[in-house]
Design a protein around this ligand. Structure first.
Ligand SMILES: [Fe+2]
Ligand SMILES: [Fe+2]
Length: 456
């Protein structure tokens, strides 16, 4: 008997260990389709169990009692506000940007957090089925607001897709597995809410608090000429007075109070809160950027197609361009040789670099080989740009162009005309509101209907 029990425990531990190392990106892909398979949803359960086993060892700054949640949320907001004021004062006194030294750094950030942002709100999807219980309404309203209540100009996923497309950052699928951990957790929570309700509301509480990094990144994106609207929208919509942060705390307090074992339930809420700290965070993504490493990675990707495309006229350190491109490992050394040969002049205007002129501008011989994002990377590497240079902000540029900042213009989308959905029954609409479906034309229509019923 004892040995059976031991076997069971070790098997469970083994299964958990396997799940902990299961690919986040594979699970992410399987759960971000409109209708995930049963197997994918069950894989999500195992994945969550493994992530929770890791999260339990992490510190947790949530108050010991749910009664103190509102005061705790307010204190945090005050503290973040003070830190942001100090940041602004430092910037006014000439401090460089804190996060993004260059525009390419900022674009790298936008691309690196794409897997998380493209499933924004998904951890709350499973709360929709509780639409008849008023205690769930704060969570459901939060989900509907993530979906822009069915308005494509305000749907957070649609907004982020537009941001990615505008800056040629939509090749995020090749990011490392670590970049998919948060998205995989969010989707798994959204599809296993019945099993993990305390963890869902705890995760939501953590995710919806206003972080300092959101304020700073929005400020610096604008400074670098990148539309910060997706980020500023979250500053306002997640606010602690009436917004998502407030609703998150309210939901925890209300739902914990209904439980037979409030203390045990609240312990699990805290575990869910800790899930926010797994995988890559905004700040670790930002700190992880190294311009030269990023540029070498771009060159390595090009070698497969470029290795036989060049003539043999030019040699660098005795090797032809094709020979250099033959081995992706040589990309870094090739870059140094280009510099040594004077084809790249670092610290100068890129126009003085022969290599830059080959890839950039009308008539360039290698026009189209480097995407605008990749060109920005090379440009910033050549100029050795730092966090002190200031160009025209996104907002100033928008004013100059007299661009009407209507949100419709941001997404290029309009409310979809014809109504193809057949039902007004919330239960029948839920499938169309899934994380992989809500941003389609049909999903947006269904969201508008669901929202109208719920908001009465
Ligand atoms: Fe959002
Ligand atoms: Fe939110």
């Amino acid at each position: 008997m004892a040995s059976t029990a031991t076997n069971f425990i070790s098997l469970t531990a083994h299964a958990q260990n396997e799940a902990a190392h299961a690919s986040a990106s594979v699970l992410y892909r399987a759960l971000s389709v409109p209708k995930p398979s049963r197997k994918a949803r069950e894989d999500g359960t195992r994945y969550l169990q493994a992530q929770l086993a890791q999260a339990r060892d992490l510190p947790c700054d949530m108050p010991a009692s749910p009664d103190d949640l509102h005061a705790w949320v307010n204190e945090r907001v005050t503290h973040v506000g003070e830190q942001y004021a100090a940041y602004l004062a430092a910037r006014k006194d000439g401090a460089p940007r804190r996060y993004f030294a260059t525009r390419s750094h900022a674009l790298n950030f936008i691309r690196a957090v794409a897997p998380t942002k493209l499933v924004d709100g998904s951890w709350l999807y499973g709360t929709l089925r509780y639409w008849e219980n008023p205690d769930f309404h704060p969570l459901i309203l939060t989900y509907l607001e993530e979906l822009g209540d069915g308005d494509p100009a305000m749907n957070h996923v649609t907004l982020y897709k537009k941001l990615l497309a505008t800056h040629d950052c939509d090749d995020w699928q090749t990011l490392s597995d670590e970049h998919f951990v948060q998205g995989a957790i969010q989707l798994a929570l959204g599809y296993q809410t019945e099993r993990f309700l305390p963890e869902v509301i705890g995760y939501n509480l953590g995710y919806e608090q206003l972080p300092l990094h959101l304020l700073i990144s929005a400020y610096e994106l604008n400074e670098l000429g990148i539309d910060p609207y997706y980020f500023t929208l979250h500053v306002t919509i997640d606010n602690a007075a009436t917004g998502h942060a407030h609703k998150a705390a309210q939901a925890v307090a209300d739902i914990v109070a209904q439980q037979d074992d409030p203390a045990g339930f609240y312990r699990r809420v805290r575990d869910g809160y800790r899930l926010n700290d797994l995988g890559m965070s905004t700040t670790s993504v930002i700190a992880d950027f190294d311009p030269e490493r990023a540029l070498v990675a771009v060159l390595q990707e090009k070698t497969a197609v470029g290795r036989n495309m060049h003539s043999d006229y030019c040699r660098f350190a005795g090797k032809t361009v094709n020979e250099w491109l033959d081995n992706p490992e040589d990309a870094g050394r090739f870059l140094s040789e280009l510099e040594r040969a004077g084809w790249i002049r670092r610290g100068s205007d890129p126009e003085e670099s022969r290599f830059w002129r080959l890839i950039n501008g009308a008539g360039a011989e290698m026009f189209g080989v480097f995407s605008p994002r990749e060109q920005q990377l090379l440009h910033d590497w050549i100029t050795r740009a730092d966090g002190n240079n200031r160009g025209m902000t996104f907002r100033a540029a928008a004013r100059v162009r007299a661009t009407r900042e209507a949100v419709i213009g941001r997404t290029g989308m309009h409310l979809v005309g014809a109504d193809n959905t057949t039902s007004n029954d919330p239960a029948a609409l839920i499938t169309a509101l899934s994380p992989g479906a809500h941003h389609s034309a049909q999903g947006l229509q269904a969201t508008r209907k669901f929202s109208a019923v719920l908001r009465g």
